[in-house]
Design a protein around this ligand. Structure first.
Ligand SMILES: [Mn+2]
Length: 320
């Protein structure tokens, strides 16, 4: 009997919108799977269990889910109808990937295995971080699809460092690691601004690879539709969203609050526009640091973002 890769969420075991919990990933039959991946690879011992590691369960308990019946069944103006569009859509919350205090790397190994099982069953994967290291095992798992994936990245930061403090799998490196994966065909990065871990060498490496770097200011000048038009192909796509790519006025709960980010209308347009261009096989939302939230506003936007992704994917026919 193989060990379970995941365990039930904390916080009284509340799952996302009370959808059923399952850790039986080998027999998964679902259109969407929610998967918490709490722990990145730390740059120093004190950040092994950082604030972001609590975010998967905080998002599951977002204030707008207080009346889950409303969220699931009432008319949602973001979608033009109820969340699941009256269809027989199966959403599974697969809980959080286990961690091993004696073997920190086991968490990424189990996350990759869990993501492989979910993706290979044809299920759309919604991963909740954790910091921006945690998409690395998910991006590795995309290999099981046997397709060329276009990666769309929302972030204030470039995330192209080869290493920080000798660690190559941390939150400053996910897009560099993605660029090394043969199944990632194109990379589009949206929302760049301010100052992060990147130096001129990392910007040059991203440009040499052919990443389309769209600063937040260019986005504000040309609009999200023009950005969508620049994303090549018809998918499949993978969407990684660093919460600090959104403006700190709507997502203040991040470690690096940076003025000038995506507003909600732009974020919603990106989600709907991308799923209407082609199948988005998975997305993640990372780098939410719940202790910095103000009135739950970050968690509210996180829940709206995930509901828009689910509802738009259904309406685009990706679950038919
Ligand atoms: Mn990032």
């Amino acid at each position: 009997m193989p060990k379970n890769l995941t365990a039930r969420p904390g916080n009284q075991g509340r799952t996302f919108l009370n959808f059923p919990f399952t850790s039986e990933l080998d027999e998964l039959e679902a259109d969407f799977a929610i998967l918490g991946i709490p722990f990145g690879m730390p740059y120093e011992p004190s950040s092994m269990a950082n604030d972001q590691s609590t975010a998967p369960d905080i998002i599951r308990n977002a204030p707008t889910t207080a009346d889950i019946d409303y969220t699931k069944n009432h008319f949602d103006w973001d979608l033009g109808g109820p969340l699941l569009a009256g269809k027989d859509i199966r959403i599974a919350d697969c809980g959080n990937v286990n961690a091993d205090a004696a073997d920190h790397k086991a968490h990424y190994r189990d996350a990759e295995l869990a993501a492989q099982k979910i993706l290979s069953s044809g299920t759309i994967l919604i991963s909740l971080g954790g910091d921006h290291g945690v998409p690395i095992p998910v991006l590795r798992a995309l290999e099981v699809l046997g397709e060329s994936i276009t990666l769309v990245h929302v972030d204030a930061h470039l995330d192209w460092r080869h290493e920080v403090n000798g660690e190559t799998l941390g939150y400053s490196s996910p897009i560099r690691r993605a660029s090394e994966m043969p199944w990632i065909k194109h990379i589009v990065q949206i929302g760049l601004r301010g100052i992060g871990s990147a130096r001129e060498a990392e910007v040059e490496a991203a440009l040499a690879y052919g990443a389309d770097l769209i600063s937040a200011y260019e986005l504000h000048d040309i609009g999200m539709q023009a950005v969508l038009d620049r994303i090549p192909g018809q998918g499949p796509f993978y969407l990684t969203i660093d919460a600090d790519g959104l403006d700190p006025t709507i997502m203040p709960a991040v470690m690096a609050q940076t003025p000038g980010g995506l507003n909600w209308v732009q974020t919603r347009k990106l989600i709907h526009g991308l799923v209407n261009k082609g199948r988005v096989v998975g997305m993640d939302l990372v780098e939410i640091a719940p202790k910095k939230d103000i009135g739950g506003i970050t968690a509210i936007h996180a829940e709206r973002l995930i509901c828009n992704f689910i509802g738009a994917s259904i309406r685009a026919g990706h679950c038919d």
